[in-house]
Design a protein around this ligand. Structure first.
Ligand code: GLV
Ligand code: MG
Length: 346
């Protein structure tokens, strides 16, 4: 096992020192762009002000014969667009694919200074993170990159879920993790054909009580995995995210799935379609009424000590900490979105 004092050493001579704390950034939606499509690339400059993160997707959904065009398109996008405070990420191909090595080498070589995060798919264990960590350090040293490029893992294999804690704490380069429900369903041989969301047959039936129909309650297929992911990430000090929701025609179901993840501790989700940007913005910006209540808690017990009653509800150290989470998030949203700032009064 690596000794604690070595954990924060750069992995290559000349590479930047790993970050001790993650940069404080708003990442409510990670918006996926297929960079081989020129029409989509052309929209990126106007997208920058509408989303928190722009991600150039190189992996699944990009046709095999467009893999290199996607990589080139992403590099062009990175070079020509001013991203300001909006994050610039890419999802590279899986490490066992014919494209992953060139994805990393070419992208870091060309736009490593601007790239914030590499999303790594199909992470099975900490060994995948260690490999990319070392490779990135070598490339950062070669190209004199000043700020470490972070790694975001997709939790989308059964083995990855088994190793989720080791993945979360594999490297100081770890930014966070997203649930990948489509690949995870395939990896687990789940009997579904969906990208995220629930299933009408996954339900609990109420007890039989005489005559009449029995109530049935649909359950959340992803609750267990999101719970494990949130705990692993929170314990390691990194960020958990819900991933994709594939039914673009069902905004209500998308919102419900995003919100469950938000309430459980996630900080954002992927937007695969423009209509999902507004959904993620709504869900992952805290509710002004909740923020107002959180402010009442902090005002009533400024140092968090003791206990008070507000509107008939007991408040103590633990609710004070929850209130701080909401207020800090509201401040982050307000910095990007002055109109929300006014609604929060922060
Ligand atoms: C995302 O990559 C997924 O497989 O759901
Ligand atoms: Mg996937």
């Amino acid at each position: 096992m690596k000794l604690p004092r070595q954990f924060f050493q750069p992995l290559a001579i000349g590479a930047p020192a790993p970050m001790r704390d993650l940069p404080v950034r708003l990442e409510r939606m990670i918006h996926f762009v297929p960079p081989h499509v020129e029409k989509m690339r052309a929209k990126v400059p106007e997208l920058v002000s509408q989303v928190d993160v722009v991600l150039g997707n190189l992996e699944d959904a990009i046709p095999v014969d467009a893999k290199e065009a996607a990589r080139k398109g992403f590099i062009e996008m990175g070079k020509t667009v001013d991203f300001g405070a909006t994050g610039l990420w890419t999802r590279i191909n899986a490490l066992n694919s014919p494209w992953a090595l060139d994805d990393v080498i070419e992208i870091v070589g060309a736009i490593g200074q601007k790239l914030d995060v590499i999303m790594l798919p199909k992470v099975d264990g900490p060994w995948d993170i260690h490999y990319l960590d070392q490779l990135l350090a070598q490339l950062e040293a070669r190209h004199r990159i000043a700020k470490p490029i972070l790694i975001h893992a997709i939790l989308e294999t059964a083995q990855g879920v088994n190793n989720v804690e080791a993945i979360a704490s594999a490297s100081p380069r770890m930014h966070g993790m997203s649930l990948g429900p489509a690949d995870l369903a395939a990896s687990r041989a789940m009997k579904t054909t969906r990208v995220g969301g629930g299933h009408p047959e996954y339900k609990v039936l109420a007890d039989a009580a005489g005559e009449g129909p029995r109530a049935a309650y649909q359950q959340d297929l992803w609750h267990y995995t999101v719970g494990r992911m949130v705990d692993a990430c929170a314990a390691a000090g990194i960020k958990p995210f819900y991933g994709p929701f594939g039914d673009f025609s069902d905004a209500a179901a998308c919102e419900a799935q995003f919100r469950n993840a938000f309430l459980m501790g996630c900080l954002g989700a992927w937007s695969l379609h423009p209509s999902q940007i507004a959904i993620a913005k709504k869900v992952y910006s805290p509710d002004p009424a909740e923020v107002a209540f959180a402010k009442k808690i902090v005002e009533a017990m400024p140092d968090g000590a003791g206990a008070v009653m507000i509107d008939g509800k007991m408040q103590d150290d633990a609710t004070w900490k929850q209130a701080k989470v909401l207020i800090d998030l509201a401040k982050l949203v307000a910095a990007k979105d002055p109109e929300m700032g006014q609604r929060y009064g922060v």
